[in-house]
Design a protein around this ligand. Structure first.
Ligand SMILES: C[S@@+](CC[C@H](N)C(=O)[O-])C[C@H]1O[C@@H](n2cnc3c(N)ncnc32)[C@H](O)[C@@H]1O
Length: 313
């Protein structure tokens, strides 16, 4: 698709109100202290700023190598450094060969591009970031892969009547205020029997409102609530989904050493003390939230889990 057309499509979709932030009914999650840091513009600023920062740091993005999700240890090569490619590989095997896929919150598109290349998938990825959508589309075009990427809100995007064989949600639903409603909305994009793959940070039941790291993670990463695994399972039942597989990926994730985290935390706090609201602050807040998340993992208060469910007929 020519660049002007991509930009026009992106502008049209971005004009649609954000379903995610608009849903403000009762959020689920034991870790839900009742503060609502999320506004549509917050989340859009965040996902405009973070991808731009990645380009500034790493140069041109290669969706096969760069992702916006956790770098994991490869269970088949535990000595190798952690890599974001590991999760795409683990997720891809859960999607049937030849599936029509919706990748909700697709980031740079690495998972859907992999599925198209290796598992003959077709489909659509949606991200809030125009930069991510354009990068992923360029990659799909360069490799003649039958997938496309839209900049918009996956909860409200107009995708026609077509139903998908699989919907993938990697580290994205955590931003939604009303998780059960959001899950039901994305599940409604599935054909009966279709698969929904969810990977996210899930609170340990012991994580209490008021935990300082929990608060910093939640506000830095714009997560209105952080459900436990049990609460996600309940939300799945409510969305007409049946859980068929679950995997704890936490052992594949290694937080950085505590001393390094302490130094980076001090630097981030100093930067936040002087930065006005805007993209640069959003980036540092994201980093600060990420450091708090690492502390939660180090304390055993957060779990990184994959859940696979099918839509009941
Ligand atoms: C942490 S990143 C994960 C990206 C990707 N799934 C991956 O694994 O690399 C979260 C992604 O969700 C997207 N996102 C968050 N809320 C969204 C929404 N309501 N509609 C579309 N995309 C959304 C962001 O734009 C971003 O691409």
């Amino acid at each position: 698709m020519p660049g002007a057309e991509v930009a026009a499509r992106a502008a049209a979709i971005r004009a649609v109100p954000m379903g995610c932030a608009a849903q403000r009914s009762v959020p689920v999650g034991s870790y839900n202290p009742g503060v609502e840091p999320l506004t549509p513009s917050d989340l859009r600023v965040f996902y405009d700023a973070l991808p731009a920062e990645m380009v500034a740091r790493f140069g041109p993005i290669d969706p096969d190598r760069h992702a916006m999700h956790r770098a994991l240890i490869d269970p088949d090569a535990p000595e190798a450094p952690a890599s974001p490619a590991v999760l795409n590989r683990l997720a891809a095997v859960q999607v049937p060969e030849g599936a029509r896929v919706l990748d909700a919150g697709c980031g740079w598109g690495g998972l859907l591009l992999r599925l198209a290349r290796l598992r003959a998938a077709t489909g659509v990825g949606i991200t809030l970031s125009v930069l991510q959508a354009e990068t992923a589309n360029a990659h799909a075009a360069a490799h003649a892969l039958p997938v496309r990427f839209l900049a918009g809100d996956y909860l409200t995007a107009e995708l026609g009547e077509a139903r998908f064989d699989a919907v993938t949600c990697i580290e994205t639903l955590i931003h939604c205020a009303d998780k059960p409603a959001a899950l039901a909305r994305v599940a409604a994009r599935l054909r009966p029997g279709g698969r929904l793959l969810l990977v996210d940070d899930m609170a340990d039941p012991a994580l209490q409102p008021g935990n300082p790291d929990g608060e910093r993670f939640r506000s830095g990463w714009l997560c209105p609530s952080v459900p436990t695994a049990a609460q996600w399972r309940d939300a799945m039942v409510g969305a007409g989904l049946r859980l068929v597989h679950e995997q704890d990926l936490t052992p594949l994730y290694r937080p950085r050493p505590g001393e390094l985290r302490t130094r980076l935390t001090l630097e981030a706090d100093a930067a936040l003390a002087r930065l006005p609201p805007g993209p640069a602050r959003a980036v540092v807040q994201g980093e600060r939230g990420g450091l708090a998340l690492e502390a939660l993992y180090a304390a055993g208060l957060m779990h990184y889990r994959m859940m696979l469910a099918t839509l009941q007929s």
